[in-house]
Design a protein around this ligand. Structure first.
Ligand code: SF4
Ligand code: SF4
Length: 128
């Protein structure tokens, strides 16, 4: 399962993900992270059956955690299958099917948002 984690680094500057891995023993895969001197946001992947454990440990360490059940959303009534989103996505979420219609591998999406402004028909939105 994918979890979106937001955290403040605080005075101790403690590495929250490393702490949670150590505390829970769960191997966490970091799919995307943006961290500056004071705060950070990370998209992590954890096994389904250990999601609750990781989530509560993260929360105990002061992070806010949101379960991401969906990736990018495509409004199919607006999409014209132009393909502009295909090359811009770093995770190869988009492709053409055999009929040259847009195909989406939503589970590959890391919610980076790069494709959203690239769509000339505003057909792409990030999950709330
Ligand atoms: S949000 Fe990022 S990873 Fe997801 S489909 Fe768009 S470009 Fe690809
Ligand atoms: S850029 Fe927009 S209109 Fe073009 S294929 Fe992608 S979602 Fe469809």
């Amino acid at each position: 399962m994918k979890l979106l984690v937001n955290f403040s680094k605080g005075k101790k500057n403690a590495p929250i993900i490393a702490q949670v891995v150590k505390e829970t023993g769960v191997l966490i895969s970091v799919e995307r992270a943006v961290i500056d001197s004071s705060e950070g946001e990370a998209l992590i992947e954890v096994p389904d059956n250990q999601c609750k454990l990781v989530r509560s440990s993260m929360t105990r360490h002061g992070a806010s955690v949101r379960l991401l059940e969906h990736g990018i959303n495509v409004n199919t009534s607006e999409c014209v299958d132009c393909g502009a989103c295909i090359s811009i996505c770093p995770r190869e979420v988009f492709s053409f099917d055999t009929d040259w219609k847009l195909a989406i591998a939503e589970d590959r999406c890391i919610v980076c948002g790069k494709c959203v402004p690239a769509c000339p028909h505003s057909a792409l939105t990030l999950p709330l």
